[in-house]
Write a protein that binds this ligand. Sequence first.
Ligand code: ADP
Ligand code: MG
Length: 334
Amino acid sequence: MFNPSRDQVRQFFFEAWRKQRDREVLAGPDNVAVGARASTGNRRIMRFSFQDIVMRFHGSANYISTDDLTLAVNAAVTLQRPLLIKGEPGTGKTMLAEEVAKALKLPIFEWHIKSTTKAQQGLYEYDAVSRLRDSQLGDPRVHDINNYIVKGTLWEAFNADEPVVLLIDEVDKADIEFPNDLLRELDRMEFYVYETHELVKAKHRPIVFITSNNEKELPDAFLRRCFFHYIRFPDKETMERIVNVHFPGIKKHLLREALEVFFEVREVPGLKKKPSTSELLDWLKLLLADDIPPEALRSKDQKTIIPPLHGALLKNEQDVHLFERLIFMSRHNR
Ligand SMILES: Nc1ncnc2c1ncn2[C@@H]1O[C@H](COP(=O)(O)OP(=O)(O)O)[C@@H](O)[C@H]1O
Ligand SMILES: [Mg+2]
């Protein structure tokens, strides 16, 4: 089990907060104090005892968490800040939120963002079309506007009677204003419904996860409010653990050869789309289903230039072509 020393925790907080302007971290013998200058000019100090920072999420039976990721999750929970998770697609960002919810035995509310998603949709929408139809049909429901307010994911999460996990997935898909439009709601965990003159306030502050594939830069004001973590692409050893979670019985030899090929493919310079964890898992599934022997993955035979079932790893013809050429050249130079 991951059990960081006080020095590690202190160092971590120090690193994490140093990156944010106007913040300083003072680590005493029994606690960590985080100072922040509020907009009023006053200094606000938050103190966390080392007991506050007890590790609650260690990864799970289905999810491999690295030490720095575990710390980031727990720090965000402790500080009650949204955790912004960035990383290549397929590095387990979405799954992280789901696994944290499972590990902490909390319900999860997921909001998957698309290019057309507006911040307001996460709060609520007013269904004017249904209301018009009902009024034409003479339905008595028409007199109560509450019948036409459709709750969004944030509202549902705020309404819950217990603490919940709220996932705002792929925030960078929406337009640039989207994150800014949610600042106040995420800061104060409340919003106003103008149609019904109602203030919706979270009964419990949700644990918020926000993921980004790094397609767009996020606004400064938004970043300042989040606790940030970048999931680095897993190294071989971590990847082995991840694979073992998905294929517990996999033969060591096959796994080693497959990882060797996988990381080789990833290193091909100029690939449009590097294969990620989920592609590796797909590929392994096929290899296992077809009972492909480990030797077949790295055959010296000239005819098998690229690994079997490579369609699971390389998803466009330029990349396949690039890879073939590289292997061809390396054979000639041998
Ligand atoms: N740390 C991990 N532990 C276990 N499985 C993982 C891990 N990271 C990625 N995976 C696998 O890769 C798949 C893709 O993960 P996902 O959360 O959808 O990635 P992302 O949201 O970053 O694009 C998951 O369904 C899971 O099977
Ligand atoms: Mg995802």
